[in-house]
Design a protein around this ligand. Structure first.
Ligand SMILES: *Cc1c(COP(=O)(O)O)cnc(C)c1O
Length: 494
């Protein structure tokens, strides 16, 4: 199908069309600012309400969404976002509260934040939790700041190295780099674990700590997790857990119990807050007892105990050696915390455990169905996701071609070319919210595409052919970036 260029809202404009009629002004007029500050004209589009609604309604159908279909984007945890979350975060008491109103008048909000801190502590096994960070990477930055503050508080200033496995998410080295620490990459062993020999060689008294994703981005639970943590601690390092994705662990393993010192959660992955354009994200951080005094400030606490008749009074408190504030006001309250709170409340403890069990079951079912058709380089029981190679012997079909062809079967592609240690990686995370029929349809499509790669490879190279836009020239898109498609005449984006 040819690429169709849709008219912009400006091109749909016609002089004199109106969507709203303003009432006559009932307040006194004031003088305009000086002429030099005024524009001579402002070319706003003129449209009727129905034109605007139809335009944006149509645009909304161009995108693929979790509400529209299966979205197995590995490590991104594109689970279905229950609509009850939306009702809860739109309750007037939450929606119309203001971050600057006195804490005594926002006790419901503070109670929710306090309970959320407590629940995340219970889920993860940590001693303290901050809700401030705006997303996973921001939580990593907060966590690494606390690790640095801890070593500094002990006069231990030689520590400059952060150990990061080669399967790590790119945000890990980026967060570490922002503090000026040196990243030391630790290879994975043939079973997808941290290579213990390499770790041993890297451990010395210059180590800040290690940032470990477990299960890692191969979907593998590290078989020597206790040895890894012990080695890092024995050389005086702290253990950072990348908990962006807790889908495999909920209700089953608590990272705090394993010996991690600090970990961020992604409420916008594990706890069903929409992401990928649906935001905002939220990246709370949990810490062990020895880092608790360094948490960002403020935290929510009970400042006056209640009893049978009087509710407790909640207030803001500052940890003793706090690294300071990480975010304006109190993090992403309505869009992040209220939605995630609703999700946890709705599931309860048993329900959270079910999430982990079904997420792991679904991933293993898909892995089993694709085994034999696709090469699986780290082939053992997986956790919430797994990685296959998107290439076949004697064929020039690549992972990208397979992903594009999946769009013709109306599936969102898996994560491509990540983790970096798998050639032509296709990283698949079905999540717990998909039923067996959907998993089977996806597996059937993947198997069909593998057949097509032998019989009709041109179908894959040219894909997608049924979508609104065809194959993009990715090099051109990156080199000649156009951030604004249309500007009214006389305006530039400089
Ligand atoms: C998503 C993800 C992150 C980063 O989270 P953001 O909210 O996108 O900043 C970090 N680590 C892992 C393993 C992730 O999957």
């Amino acid at each position: 199908m040819a690429n169709i260029v849709e008219p912009t809202i400006f091109e749909l404009s016609s002089p004199g069309r109106r969507g709203v009629t303003m009432p006559a002004s009932d307040v006194p007029t004031t003088d305009l600012p000086p002429q030099s500050l005024l524009r001579s004209d402002l070319p706003l589009p003129e449209l009727a309400e129905v034109d605007v609604v139809r335009h944006y309604m149509k645009l909304s159908t161009f995108n693929y969404s979790v509400d529209g279909g299966f979205y197995p984007l590995g490590s991104c945890t594109m689970k279905y976002n229950p609509k009850i979350n939306e009702d809860a975060c739109r309750l007037p008491g939450f929606l119309f509260s203001h971050p600057l109103q006195p804490a005594e008048t926002a006790q419901g909000n503070l109670a929710l934040m306090y309970e959320m801190q407590e629940w995340l502590k219970e889920i993860s096994g940590f001693a303290g939790v901050t809700l401030q960070p705006a997303a996973g990477a921001h939580g990593e930055f907060a966590g690494v700041l606390m690790m640095a503050a801890y070593h500094k508080s002990r006069g231990d200033t030689r520590r400059v190295k952060m150990l990061i496995p080669d399967a790590a998410h790119g945000t890990n080295p980026a967060s570490v780099g922002m503090l000026g620490f040196t990243v030391v990459t630790i290879p994975s062993d043939p079973r997808g674990n941290v290579d213990l020999e390499a770790l041993k060689a890297a451990c010395d008294d210059t180590v800040v700590g290690m940032m470990l994703t477990n299960p890692n981005t191969l979907g593998m639970f590290d078989e020597h997790i206790e040895d890894v943590i012990k080695m890092v601690k024995d050389c005086g390092g702290l253990m950072y857990g990348d908990g962006a994705n807790l889908n495999a662990l909920l209700g089953i393993v608590r990272p705090g119990d394993l010996g991690f010192d600090v970990m961020h959660f992604n409420l916008h992955k594990t706890f069903s807050v929409p992401h990928g354009g649906g935001g905002p994200g939220s990246g709370p951080v949990g810490v062990s007892q020895r880092l608790a005094d360094f948490l960002p400030s403020p935290l929510v606490d009970i400042v006056e105990e209640g009893d049978d008749e009087i509710a407790p009074l909640y207030g803001f408190v500052a940890p003793k050696h706090s690294i300071g504030r990480m975010k304006a006001f109190h993090g992403h309250f309505g869009g992040g915390l209220v939605r995630a709170y609703t999700y946890i409340l709705m599931h309860g403890a048993d329900g959270l455990k079910d999430i982990a069990q079904y997420a792991v079951l679904n991933a293993n079912y898909l892995q089993a169905r694709l085994r034999g058709t696709y090469r699986i380089p780290y082939d053992r029981i997986c956790m919430h996701e797994f990685v296959v190679e998107g290439r076949f012997d004697g064929s020039d079909v690549r992972a990208l071609d397979i992903s594009k062809r999946l769009m013709d079967y109306n599936f969102h592609p898996p994560t491509n070319y990540f983790p970096l240690i798998v050639p032509e990686a296709l990283m698949i995370e079905p999540t717990e919210t998909e039923n067996k029929d959907t998993l089977d349809r996806f597996a059937d499509a993947m198997i069909k595409i593998a057949e097509e790669s032998q019989t009709q490879p041109e179908l894959l190279h040219g894909a997608p052919s049924t979508t609104r836009f065809g194959r993009m020239d990715e090099v051109k898109a990156a080199r000649e970036l156009v951030l604004c498609c249309w500007l009214p005449e006389g305006y530039s984006d400089q």
